[in-house]
Every structure is written in C-alpha cells, then in structure tokens.
Design a protein around this ligand. Structure first.
Ligand SMILES: [Fe+2]
Length: 206
C-alpha cells in the first residue's frame, strides 16, 4: 500500500517534470513562428510607444524636448515598418496592432495621492522625462536581445535592420540623459516657487 502510494507520487512527479519541459503542450513551433512571436512582441511595444510619444509631444512645454520627441516619433514609425517587414520576411502574417503596457513605474494609491496633491506641472514634466528614459532603455534591452536571438536562429538579415533601430533607441536614451540638466534648469523656477510658498504657509501656521 505504502509502496503503491510512493509509486503513484513518483509517477505524478514524472508527469509534472514532463509538463515543465514541454510548455508548448506538444505543439511544434517553427522557427518562423518563433521569430514572428518575438518580432510582434517588439512591435506591440513600438505601437504603444507611438501613442505615448504623441501624448508627450502634446504635453511638453519645453520646445527642444518637443522637437526631439517629434523626430523620435518619425523614427518609431520607421521601426514599426522595419518590424512589419521582418515579420513578412520570416513568413509571418498579420503583424500585431496591439499595444503592450509600457514599463512606467506604477504608483501606489498613497503615492498617487501625494503626487496629485504636491507636484507642480513642472514636476509632472520631470516625472514624464524619467518615464521617457525608462521606456527608451527598455527598448534598448528588447532590441539587443532580439538581435542576439536572430543571430542564434540564423536569421542574419534581420540583424542589421534591428541594429538600425537599436542605435536610434540608444541615441534617444542618451539625448534624454544629456538634456536632463537643461530640462531641470527650465523647470526649476516653478518647482522652487512651490517650495517657497509651502514654507510661508508653514511659518504662518506655527
Ligand atoms: Fe524609442
């Protein structure tokens, strides 16, 4: 009886292990399907990036940021086209129109309330700049990994195409980083003024 139980649990364990090593449930995934999946993953990120860039261009009051975002919007549209072309090159159909969630730090309810209550529009612009940088750096990681996968899969013609997008993402991330002191310089007077007001309120209260 005990032996029976032990045998049964061993069999269950074996089944579990087998299931673990076969996550696609026995379905054969071709190289083309696999690469199409990865390319669509990147495309859904770029689809979301287009929407985000359009919103940021409307939002920002800093002229050189607006111009750089406009340029990157054009680049991002080209990146979408490159990914669609690569999907078709590997035999994929119907490139995705979906938009993935962008890696924007998620604020807790308490933090969101504090932000709403205490941040000036200048600080919201600063916050959006940090998010822009996070997004561009995430895109760098995506393209870098995608290029390595393409190399492993022997889809060598994709590498130079993806490297063009990677260099644009790197340039954008670097521009945001290098331009940050200038952004802060332009936003600081408004932030500074909000601090001075709060101090006055406090000194009146005490
Ligand atoms: Fe980008």
């Amino acid at each position: 009886m005990v032996q029976n139980k032990a045998r049964k649990s061993k069999q269950t364990e074996k089944r579990r292990v087998r299931r673990k090593v076969s996550p696609t449930k026995g379905k054969e995934i071709t190289l083309s399907e696999k690469m199409t999946l990865y390319l669509n993953e990147a495309l859904s990120m770029e689809n979301a990036a287009v929407e985000r860039l359009q919103l940021r261009i409307k939002q920002t009051k800093i002229e050189n940021v607006k111009q750089r975002l406009r340029l990157h919007l054009e680049e991002t549209r080209e990146q979408q086209n490159r990914l669609k072309q690569l999907i078709s090159d590997v035999g994929g159909k119907n490139p995705t129109r979906e938009k993935t969630g962008l890696p924007i730090p998620w604020a807790t309810k308490t933090m969101a309330n504090m932000i709403r209550r205490m941040m000036t529009s200048a600080e919201l612009e600063l916050k959006a700049t940090k998010e822009d940088a996070v997004i561009e750096n995430a895109e760098i990681v995506h393209y870098d990994m995608l290029m390595q996968l393409a190399e492993r899969m022997g889809i060598t013609n994709a590498i130079s195409v993806l490297s063009q997008s990677l260099s644009e993402e790197k340039a954008m991330a670097e521009w945001i980083r290098a331009n940050a002191p200038d952004v802060l310089m332009q936003l600081w007077p408004e932030i500074d003024a909000s601090i001075a007001k709060r101090e006055e309120v406090q000194s009146v209260e005490t």
